[in-house]
Design a binder for this molecule. Structure first.
Ligand code: AHM
Ligand code: MG
Length: 339
């Protein structure tokens, strides 16, 4: 019988055999995985651990923080502070970047995360997750600053998420495909359960918050109208809809069986480019999706090419099965060819 491949072994081989990741990046990813295990335990305890409900504070985006948002943020910060692999961290739950304190050695990597994505699902026992993205400190940077984080997603050296659902699954890319690891609770380790994840190019399943329909832009409305018209409409096939309201869980479904996920710009707040945050939500998810053969677009261009201008910047997100994402992008071009 072939022994199961642990995350540790997978990463050691990525470093040793493929020379694909540095020793510090391997350590970083192991530490993030360990933090996710700890978050998974808190999530699983739920009401028994007294972790449900609101914390009574707001984050920089003006959103009410849940107790578990704050716990997950602290777990990630504490786990990653002392290992010597990072220069700084940034989080959805922290207004400013968090440079590694001077009492610890510093490394060359920048870690960004949404500690617990899908906060509205925490108290109702629906899947939530941690999203993370890793960049390198730009060459020549001495004192780390916010501007060092403002790199397009194509610069990422690692990205992933951990979904806390019926199973706890860690999904990772270091730029050579996507691998999935399931948490074996008896052994306390993540075990490789799928490598070379591939998203089908076509799909009959879409994910969008339909309650925002009246605010959508014309190309998004056109696409969804055509899906809803089903076999009698221009697409000539019926579509199914799913919306978990946890990006992690929706993206996990798409990596598993295909589909398209959209949180596009809409007219509720015309000056806001979208709801989801570029650096620690859209970028890592877009890289995973591309690495699995899918596509990720703002509607006007590749998400991984968007140049960020602020730490908590938002972006319009359309990602998943390649042919569908390209179709929605084409509808945007047809609606505003010169724009
Ligand atoms: P959060 O980071 O505050 O949890 O918000 C992000 C979430 C995504 O996980 C999800 O796709 C979306 O917001 C859900 O939005 P809505 O509440 O409009 O359905
Ligand atoms: Mg989030």
């Amino acid at each position: 019988m072939i022994a199961p491949v642990s995350l540790t072994r997978y990463l050691v081989e990525k470093q040793r055999v493929d020379g694909h990741i540095s020793a510090h990046l391997r350590l970083l990813l192991e530490v993030v995985a360990r933090a996710c295990k700890s978050i998974s335990l808190s999530v699983n305890k739920g009401a028994l651990g007294g972790v449900l409900g609101v914390a009574g504070t707001e984050n920089v985006q003006g959103e009410i923080q849940k107790k578990l948002d704050i716990i997950a943020n602290e777990v990630l910060v504490e786990a990653n502070e002392w290992g010597g692999h990072l220069a700084a961290m940034a989080s959805e739950e922290m207004t400013h970047i968090h440079p590694i304190p001077n009492r610890y050695p510093k490394g060359e990597y920048l870690l960004m995360f949404d500690p617990l994505d899908g906060s509205s699902n925490i108290d109702v026992n629906v899947s939530i997750g941690t999203i993370f993205s890793v960049l390198q400190l730009p060459e020549g940077a001495t004192d780390v600053a916010e501007k060092d984080f403002l790199q397009p997603g194509r610069n990422q050296v690692a990205a992933g998420y951990c979904v806390y659902g019926p199973q706890t699954t860690l999904v990772l890319t270091v730029g050579d495909g996507v691998a999935m690891f399931t948490l074996d609770r008896e052994r306390g380790s993540f075990v490789l359960t799928q490598d070379g994840v591939h998203i089908p190019e076509d799909t009959q399943e879409f994910a969008i918050n339909m309650s925002n329909m009246r605010h959508w832009d014309a190309p998004v409305k056109r696409y969804i109208d055509e899906c809803l018209a089903g076999a009698d409409g221009p697409r000539g096939k019926d579509f199914n809809m799913r919306w978990i309201a946890s990006m992690v869980a929706d993206v996990h479904r798409i990596l598993t069986r295909g589909g398209i996920f959209m949180y596009p710009w809409d007219q509720r707040e015309p000056k806001r480019p979208g709801k989801l945050r570029l650096l620690y939500e859209a970028s890592p998810m877009s890289w995973l999706i591309e690495q699995a053969g899918g596509a990720a677009s703002t509607g006007h261009g590749r998400i991984l090419d968007v140049q960020p201008h602020a730490l908590h910047e938002r972006v319009s997100v359309i990602l998943g099965s390649k042919n569908e994402v390209e179709r929605v992008t084409r509808y945007h071009q047809e609606a505003a060819p010169a724009a």
